[in-house]
Every structure is written in structure tokens, then in C-alpha cells.
Design a protein around this ligand. Structure first.
Ligand code: GMT
Length: 376
């Protein structure tokens, strides 16, 4: 099939999922056209069957805000027509689903029928989407997508609760390419982070409020008072400076490494003993899945889609939002006993296998085929 994938090209989970999906589909022989405003960070060198179409906006003195959605729509019309695409798969409702709808209508007037699939990722629904300034557009574009998917049962439920949805939503969970996360020898990394063989606790996110990194740091303070340990914080975003300050206030900043955004997380995950994700809202938690794929147990909250991923008491522990004391108790329970730790590690790996890309990819291929069939 010839598939156009519309995505955010940044470090966010939705962009990573869309990029990895496109790469995996291309390996199966599909022709993939990524359409976005800059080269997706995880795309790497362009390979066979992969094409990249840049949506470039130009400044015009009349515009206080550049109308990205219109430029994207025109680009979609152009690429569908000239590359003879079979379908569009848009990741993140705003503004990708409404742009795809508009492109579909324009193409219809030219005798071209193109179905589009919208995948909801979470913040497009739970944070941005429910903002009244977006709500009518989101509701409309979900209801007018040919097929809608959500990355967890919980996100499907939230979408139905928050919007007036008339369309069936299929749940296709996020996935992981297990081979990419296979353990490698990372001794150099380990020495750099924990030269005295301290326990390594890791968190990865875009450092927004919803991630509650203060709970990671407060839980780590309790852990660090009890066992030699290091905290690794990967990512960047609005909360970073505040979190650096909190580390200093708690007098533990010499045990915290802020690594910034990393193109690949597997090196750091492979030297980690625990992963923490104390989000107040999380539709899926791709970073937690990456940790499980490296055999790293997860300490997280019982919110959103996380319980669909992490088995409480088996591959990790789930606490109420904000209960960093419970999180630190759970972390110490795992870290203080090697036998327990090893059991959790094994469970982590077996939980990750449920999200193996080889099982999830055919689900997308089926809905692609269905969307084409229904649009003929
Ligand atoms: O986590 C973020 O803030 C980034 C966000 C995004 O839109 O890229 O991630 C969302 O989509 C990911 C991929 O499906 C999910 O794994 C994340 O759980 C979800 N984030 C939230 O729901 C907060």
C-alpha cells in the first residue's frame, strides 16, 4: 500500500510511534510518505520505501499566526495526487485530523477518494482536546474520520466521555520493536552514571507538569537516604529548571543526572534498575514500555492506560497520583532484594512481549485494508 503518515516530528510519544510504525511498514514492502514540518527525530537515514515531504510555512506580514493547518492541507492534496497514495494515517487529532478531512473533501471534487485514519494519542484528547476552543473541531474530525483508533482502552473511554462521539473507536495499543531494545554491553555508560555501582533509577519524559517529576525527585530522596543510588532524568521541557532547583533544595543534586533529550533511550534504560513514571494523566506511557522491553521494572501511577501495561506487583507497582512515599516504599521493596528484583525484571520482559511490533503491525494493516475497501 502507499500510505501517507502525518505526525509531529518531535520527541513526543505520538511522533515516535508514528515514525516507528512507518519504518516497520516500509520493511514489509509498503511505500511510506511522512508528511510534517521537519524531519522526524527518529527517522534516521532515509531508506528504501520511505519518503519525506516537508510542510514549509512562510511568514507573511499580514499573518500574526502562520496558518499551518492550511499549508498542511494543501501539502496533503499535493502528495496524495502526485504520489497516488491509497490512504492517510494521521497521528494526533489537532490539527492533523481536520486537515486530512479538508484534503479529502478537496480531492473528492477532483474525482479522488482517499480514506483517512485518525489515531488518538492522549494529550490531543485529555489536555488540549477538551479545551472549548478546540472541542467542536475535534468532535467533528473524529466523527468524520474513516477509521479512528486509540492507543489504550482508557483513552477510548476518555474520548467517549469527553466528546459526543458517533464513530466506533478501535483500540490498537502502542508497540515496541523488542530487537531494538535488546540488552547491549553498556559498561561505559554505567561507569559514567554510577561508577560505584549504585542503583540507577530513571525517568524519561518531556518535562511537562502532567509528568509530576517532583514525585520522582521526592521519592528518589527517600530511596537515596536508604541505599546508594543515582537518578537519571532524560528529556527536556518547561519543568526542568524547577526540578533542578528541587534537587538542590533537597541536597541531592550530586546524585541526579539531567541528560536532556536523547535520540536513543535504550543505552540508559539498559543500565537502569528501575523506571519511574508518576504522571497524573497518561494515555499509554510509551517510555514505560521501553523500560519493560529492557527488563526494567516500573514504578508508576494507577492512572490512564498505565495499568494496561504494567502489572501491579509483577512488572512494577502502581500508586495513587502524588503518593511519592508509597512509590519509594515500592522501589525499595524491589531494590533491596536481588531475588525479588530478578523476578520483576523477568515479568517486565514478558509484559513487554505483549506489545511486540510483530503482533501490532497486522492490526494496522487490517484497518488500512478495511478503510480502502469501504471507500471504493
Ligand atoms: O507524553 C506526552 O506528553 C507526549 C504525548 C504525545 O502526544 O506525543 O504522548 C502521548 O502519546 C504517547 C504515544 O501514544 C503515549 O505513550 C503517552 O502516554 C501520551 N501522553 C499522555 O497521555 C500524557
Amino acid at each position: 500500500m502507499k500510505i501517507g503518515i502525518v505526525l509531529y516530528p518531535t520527541f513526543g510519544g505520538s511522533g515516535i510511534v508514528a515514525t516507528e510504525l512507518g519504518k516497520a511498514l516500509s520493511r514489509k514492502g509498503h511505500e511510506i510518505h511522512f508528511i510534517t514540518y521537519s524531519q522526524p527525530v527518529k527517522l534516521g537515514v532515509l531508506r528504501e520505501n520511505i519518503f519525506y515531504h516537508e510542510v514549509s510555512t512562510s511568514d507573511y506580514p499580514l499573518f500574526e499566526y502562520t496558518p499551518y493547518e492550511q499549508v498542511l492541507t494543501s501539502k496533503l492534496v499535493d502528495v496524495v495526487k502526485f504520489e497516488k497514495l491509497d490512504l492517510l494515517h494521521v497521528h494526533y487529532a489537532i490539527p492533523h485530523a481536520s486537515a486530512a478531512y479538508m484534503a479529502q473533501q478537496i480531492l473528492k471534487t477532483q474525482g479522488i477518494n482517499i480514506p483517512f485514519i485518525t489515531t488518538l494519542h492522549g494529550t490531543d484528547i485529555t489536555l488540549v482536546g477538551k479545551d472549548p476552543s478546540f472541542e467542536p473541531v475535534i468532535t467533528f474530525s473524529i466523527n468524520h474520520s474513516n477509521i479512528v483508533t486509540a492507543v489504550s482502552e482508557n483513552l477510548k473511554k476518555d474520548t467517549i466521555n469527553l466528546f459526543n462521539i458517533k464513530k466506533e473507536i478501535d483500540v490498537i495499543p502502542n508497540f515496541i520493536c523488542l530487537e531494538d531494545y535488546r540488552q547491549t554491553n553498556n559498561q561505559k555508560y554505567k561507569t559514567r552514571i554510577a561508577k560505584n555501582n549504585e542503583k540507577v533509577i530513571t525517568h524519561i519524559s518531556n518535562f511537562r507538569k502532567v509528568k509530576r517529576i517532583q514525585d520522582v525527585i521526592r521519592a528518589f530522596k527517600i530511596i537515596n537516604d536508604s541505599i546508594p543510588s543515582k537518578l537519571v532524568l532524560v528529556g527536556d521541557g518547561p519543568e526542568r529548571v524547577k526540578m533542578e532547583r528541587l534537587g538542590r533544595e533537597l541536597n541531592i543534586s550530586n546524585h541526579i543526572n539531567f541528560l536532556g533529550n536523547l535520540k536513543s533511550t535504550r543505552e540508559v534504560l539498559n543500565i537502569s534498575d528501575l523506571f519511574m513514571l508518576p504522571s497524573s494523566s497518561e494515555s499509554f506511557g510509551l517510555a514505560a514500555l521501553e523500560a519493560l522491553a529492557c527488563g526494567v521494572p516500573v514504578i508508576a501511577t494507577n492512572k490512564g492506560g498505565i495499568p494496561e501495561l504494567v502489572e501491579h506487583g509483577k512488572s512494577g507497582f502502581l500508586s495513587d497520583v502524588g503518593d511519592f512515599k508509597d512509590m519509594s516504599n515500592n522501589a525499595l521493596h524491589i531494590l533491596n532484594n536481588e531475588k525479588v528484583h530478578n523476578e520483576f525484571k523477568l515479568h517486565a520482559l514478558s509484559d513487554a512481549k505483549k506489545f511486540d511490533i510483530h503482533q501490532i503491525l497486522p492490526l494496522y494493516e487490517n484497518i488500512y485494508a478495511k478503510s480502502i475497501e469501504n471507500s471504493i
